[in-house]
Design a protein around this ligand. Structure first.
Ligand SMILES: NC(=O)c1ccc[n+]([C@@H]2O[C@H](COP(=O)([O-])OP(=O)(O)OC[C@H]3O[C@@H](n4cnc5c(N)ncnc54)[C@H](OP(=O)(O)O)[C@@H]3O)[C@@H](O)[C@H]2O)c1
Length: 239
């Protein structure tokens, strides 16, 4: 009997070069750590890369809302032979509709939506020339449902989901594999909070989300993981 586990043993990401945005803390830092531990060459980006130290990974200054900054980051990724991009950088502001300011709007939409468009735009031509590539977008469980005070954040995540799905359609012809990873509540610094606070004790850990990203990136070449939705068990079931 032959085994169909070929390519699924050993360091899952050996020889892969993977760009990760928002890699300085929270989920992105954990993604950088886990992918590196599985043999990938990781190029991580964030505005403040001072805190993000992962042995074996390279960190570059990156503001996903700034075209010149994205282009410099993408040039480094192309030179290194990147074959995957993880769009993880993101911010959130939670206010009722009547309190949302244009500044809130620009900060959240520019980071979560424009940022995803700019980084992806800067790298997919390179992926196409290589005959494939992978894009993993860390959106949210609220990329398809909303709640009070969630108007702006969920609008940005619905939009990021739309960008993800349109990209999957566009890239299908040349073998681009696109995945949306949709976590529920995760214990990070998100929304200007602190990591490790008591009220987050039962939430997902950043490593749980990193595991989902690893799963998508280490799928055999003939498998495309379209979407992963994961929650801590304390969170309500909500489709
Ligand atoms: N925590 C949750 O409960 C949760 C749930 C579902 C989805 N998510 C999503 O998961 C992603 C990561 O969030 P997190 O929870 O890990 O938050 P976090 O701990 O606040 O980390 C956010 C990361 O994004 C980076 N970032 C923010 N603005 C950026 C910009 N303009 N350019 C480049 N990098 C930028 C930050 O670094 P700098 O500030 O140094 O740039 C940091 O590395 C986000 O897309 C978020 O929407 C989070």
């Amino acid at each position: 009997m032959t085994s169909d586990l070929k390519g699924q043993t050993g360091p899952a990401l050996q020889g892969r070069v993977i760009a990760v945005t928002g890699a300085s803390k929270g989920i992105g830092l954990s993604i950088a750590q886990l992918l590196t531990a599985h043999g990938a060459q990781v190029i991580g980006g964030a505005r403040d890369v001072g805190g993000g130290k992962v042995p074996g990974a390279e960190f570059c200054s990156l503001d996903v809302t700034d075209e010149a900054s994205v282009d410099a980051f993408a040039a480094r990724c192309r030179a290194a032979g990147a074959d995957a991009l993880v769009n993880n950088a993101g911010v959130g502001t939670f206010r009722p509709v009547e309190e949302i300011t244009p500044e809130d709007y620009r900060r959240v939409m520019d980071t979560n939506v424009l940022g995803t468009l700019l980084t992806t735009r800067a790298l997919i031509g390179h992926f196409r020339n290589r005959g494939g590539g992978q894009v993993v977008n860390v959106t949210s469980d609220v990329s398809a449902r909303t709640f009070a005070t969630g108007a702006l954040y969920t609008a940005s995540k619905y939009a990021q989901r739309a960008v993800t799905q349109a990209l999957a359609h566009e890239g299908h012809a040349y073998g681009l594999r696109v995945t949306e990873v949709r976590p529920g509540m995760v214990d990070t610094f998100f929304g200007d909070t602190r990591q490790g606070e008591d009220y987050k004790a039962a939430w997902l850990r950043p490593g749980d989300v990193a595991g989902a990203v690893l799963y998508a990136l280490s799928a055999p070449a003939h498998v495309r993981i379209d979407e992963i939705l994961l929650h801590p068990v304390v969170q309500d079931v909500a489709y």
